[in-house]
Design a protein around this ligand. Structure first.
Ligand code: GCO
Ligand code: MN
Ligand code: MN
Length: 389
């Protein structure tokens, strides 16, 4: 049954064990749903027709599991993946849950914690490879501070760089073939997390020993929490060839970290995101890093998961409509004015080009007075999204 759904969607829709497995705990109240085992989660994902599942090391193998327990968990999960037709495209390390990481992992002020974080990540990389993961995500949830009195934030960057260089080398030496994807977030759980935005990571990556191995995993909620335009961050990552993975969910600005179902809060921004991914031929996993409202039982969790995928598919249809809508395309053509003479003149720097351009007479007033039909274009876009076009 799972396979039938998959052949309809054909998208690489993935969920983390921690997403559909979220038990609805928040700072004000305990769990509202019982804990599912990884095998049960795989079954749920098979039922809703997902393509794959991702995990943190400890979502699968508890931090204090014995070797015998670990063997048993891994073999039952492998069977569950086969039974439900799921793959594991991405793995990651939990470097935030255990109290040892309360002041960071790779950037901790304590050398023992930093070394433990490296050990734990190498083991998580070994585990991911066993399940075929090709992307390894780094989300430094505890890498940050509430007060900058204790740690030098510039030193934190150096420590983080050292850790990523070390782990790149580990992947290379073991022929793991991993691509690392760095995930930025401005806050939660720390008051201030280092590398607050995807743009911060894009700058940092170029300073690494193996920059070609490292890209980003932007998340809708994270740039939105920072009050920024997520689509533009994804665009910069795409343009740089660095969009290795993406976390889809939704978020209202100025609120706590909501992790809503994809498209639940800002459908227009979701449309432009899907359009960007489609127009640029992104074909990596589409990972829904979100969870169901706390009101839901596991039936509601399935509604949530199906909703994420359905909204993506519907928006993809809307994008196709936008891209072939005659009136919209005519407006775009009108907006994107060509001028062969000036384009040729400015195509490449030369003394001659500079001389011609400096002497050229522009009709500045007329150019400034020209109306640009963005109102009409935006309204037509809205009508596509609302389904009346
Ligand atoms: C968050 C993050 C995490 C990471 C996950 C994978 O806000 O908690 O989005 O869910 O994506 O740890 O690295
Ligand atoms: Mn998040
Ligand atoms: Mn995430």
């Amino acid at each position: 049954m799972a396979k039938a759904v998959k052949s309809v969607t054909r998208e690489k829709f993935t969920f983390g064990l921690w997403t559909v497995g979220n038990i609805g705990r928040d700072p004000f109240g305990g769990p509202v749903r019982g804990v599912l085992t990884p095998v049960q989660i795989a079954k749920l994902l098979g039922e809703v027709g997902a393509y794959g599942v991702n995990f943190h090391d400890n979502d699968l193998v508890p931090i204090d599991a014995t070797p015998a327990q670990e063997r048993q968990i891994k073999s039952s999960f492998k069977k569950a993946l086969r039974d439900n037709g799921l793959v594991v495209p991405m793995a990651t390390t939990n470097l935030f849950g255990d109290p040892i990481f309360k002041d960071g992992a790779f950037t901790s002020a304590d050398a023992r914690v930093r070394a433990y974080a490296l050990q734990k990540t190498m083991r998580a990389m070994d585990l991911g490879v066993e399940f075929g993961a090709q992307t390894f995500v780094f989300w430094g949830g505890r890498e940050g501070a509430e007060s900058d009195a204790a740690k030098d934030p510039a030193e934190a960057i150096k420590r983080f760089r050292h850790a990523i260089n070390f782990l790149c080398q580990y992947s290379i030496e073991n022929n793991y073939g991993y691509r690392f994807a760095m995930e930025a977030k401005p806050n939660e759980p720390r008051g201030h997390i280092y590398f607050a935005t995807t743009g911060n990571y894009l700058g940092f990556i170029e300073t690494l020993d193996y920059p070609e191995m490292v890209g980003v995993n932007p998340e809708v909620a994270h740039e939105t929490m920072a009050g920024l335009n997520f689509v533009h961050h994804v665009a910069q990552a795409l343009e740089a060839g660095k969009l290795f993975h993406i976390d889809l969910n939704d978020q209202e600005p100025g609120r706590y970290d909501q992790d809503y179902r994809f498209g639940a809060a800002n459908i227009k921004a979701a449309f432009f995101l899907v359009k960007l991914l489609v127009d640029h031929g992104y074909d990596g996993p589409l990972h829904f890093d979100a969870h169901a409202y706390r009101t839901e039982d596991y039936q509601g969790v399935k509604d949530f998961a199906r909703g994420c995928m359905k909204t993506y598919m519907l928006l993809k249809q809307k994008v196709a409509k936008f891209n072939t809508d005659r009136e919209i395309q005519a407006l775009l053509k009108q907006i994107h004015v060509r001028d062969q003479k000036l384009e040729n003149m400015t195509a490449a720097y030369s003394i001659d080009a500079v001389r011609q351009l400096k002497a050229y007479k522009f009709n500045r007033v007329a150019l400034g007075a020209r109306g640009i039909p963005y109102e009409k274009l935006d309204q037509l876009t809205m009508e596509i999204i609302m389904g009346t076009r």
